[in-house]
Design a protein around this ligand. Structure first.
Ligand SMILES: NC(=O)c1ccc[n+]([C@@H]2O[C@H](COP(=O)([O-])OP(=O)(O)OC[C@H]3O[C@@H](n4cnc5c(N)ncnc54)[C@H](OP(=O)(O)O)[C@@H]3O)[C@@H](O)[C@H]2O)c1
Length: 332
């Protein structure tokens, strides 16, 4: 099968398309023929490691010190079950599914074998929403599930005010919609070309971070969800209400001031890596099928253009998600 292979950290050109052995599902696994996958900001970070020293060190320790341990990148997918192991109960051949490979990666390929019941940090697979195509469904397991995970931790209540910083990307575009479904008043922060899109997803207020610093507005929020971790933590703190919550999706970016605040103030600071469950995928599918949640796709690239796709995501400015499509030409 064709797969993207990374043998070292570096620029987009380290990614190569190679022929590798097609996986064979174990007894507890499903073999998925992948039709769509994505390139996220996280994939670009993992490939380049162009990150602050501490963040880079954490990733090297977790995923390979001098080169990536798992050579096929990609975290999420949509596709069709081609074969099931003999112990698999929930799926059958031909089921259309979406899911995530978790921290083992490997979705930028024609096929992947994944366990029916994922272990810790392994992602998971579920039947995909009926009203989405493969391209759309592939964007949900990462951005949709991470935003759901963090907003649930933030325990958003009807009428509360939430600010989402970095609202125009993979996580933020879902977070706006999920926060609105909870009845919150949403302020979405991102750059000017994305503001109309943020409003169309339901944001009540938008802030262009290139022109305005939300920490200077005098507004205070019950919850700040900092997706991107680029706002000054000490300044953001004064924009959170007493006993309010600060959610950090990029845990390493603000780790030290966040830990200090957690110890010394009334603010609830939550930073962690979202692992994701099958129940969350099923919940998102229901919302999508009820017409309550949609995805935003900026561009799609065929698998052969993986280098261009990484360049595109790496330069910033994408609206929502970038999808990789995989053609199979009826070969198995
Ligand atoms: N904790 C976890 O489990 C977990 C899981 C996955 C990912 N992450 C991390 O979460 C982060 C965001 O993920 P994502 O996929 O949503 O990224 P994304 O798609 O790139 O979205 C981030 C958004 O933030 C905007 N932005 C950039 N600088 C900003 C600033 N100074 N102020 C406000 N907005 C700004 C970006 O706009 P421009 O494109 O215009 O720059 C972009 O729209 C990544 O660092 C990723 O590693 C954490």
């Amino acid at each position: 099968m064709k797969a993207v292979i990374t043998t070292k950290y570096g620029p987009p050109e380290v990614l190569e398309i190679r022929e590798v052995e097609k996986p064979v599902p174990k007894d507890n696994e499903v073999l998925i023929k992948i039709y769509a996958t994505t390139v996220t900001a996280g994939d670009v970070e993992m490939r380049s490691l162009e990150l602050p020293f501490l963040y880079q060190l954490v990733l090297r320790l977790g995923f390979g010190f001098t080169k990536p341990r798992n050579k096929i990148p990609g975290t999420e997918l949509a596709g069709e079950i081609e074969a099931v192991g003999k112990d698999v109960k929930r799926f059958k051949e031909g089921d259309q599914v979406f899911g995530a490979a978790g921290m083992t990666f490997g979705t930028n390929a024609e096929y992947i074998s994944l366990p029916e019941q994922p272990g810790e940090m392994e992602g998971g697979v579920a039947i995909m929403p009926e009203n989405m195509n493969f391209e759309e469904a592939a964007t949900v397991p990462f951005g949709g599930r991470d935003s759901l995970h963090f907003l649930r931790l933030g325990n958003i209540q009807e009428g509360q005010k939430i600010l989402i910083n970095g609202a125009g990307g993979s996580i933020g575009t879902f977070a706006i919609q999920l926060a609105k479904l909870s009845g919150a008043e949403v302020t979405a922060v991102d750059s000017a070309p994305k503001l109309d899109m943020l409003r169309s997803l339901g944001a009540d207020h938008v802030v262009d971070y290139t022109k305005e610093d939300f920490t200077e507005s005098g507004e205070v929020y019950d919850v700040i969800f900092d997706v991107i971790g680029k706002a000054s933590f000490s300044r953001s703190e004064k924009s959170i209400k007493q006993n309010g919550t600060y959610l950090l999706a990029n845990p390493v970016a603000q780790m030290i001031p966040a830990l200090w605040t957690r110890m010394t103030s009334s603010h609830n600071v939550i930073m962690q890596t979202a692992s994701g469950t099958i129940a969350e995928l099923n919940y998102l599918r229901e919302l999508i099928e009820d017409g309550k949640l949609k995805t935003v796709i900026d561009r799609t690239f065929p698998l052969d253009q993986i280098v261009e796709a990484h360049r595109y995501v790496g330069k910033g400015g994408k609206l929502g998600n970038v999808v990789i499509t995989i053609e199979h030409n009826n070969k198995t």
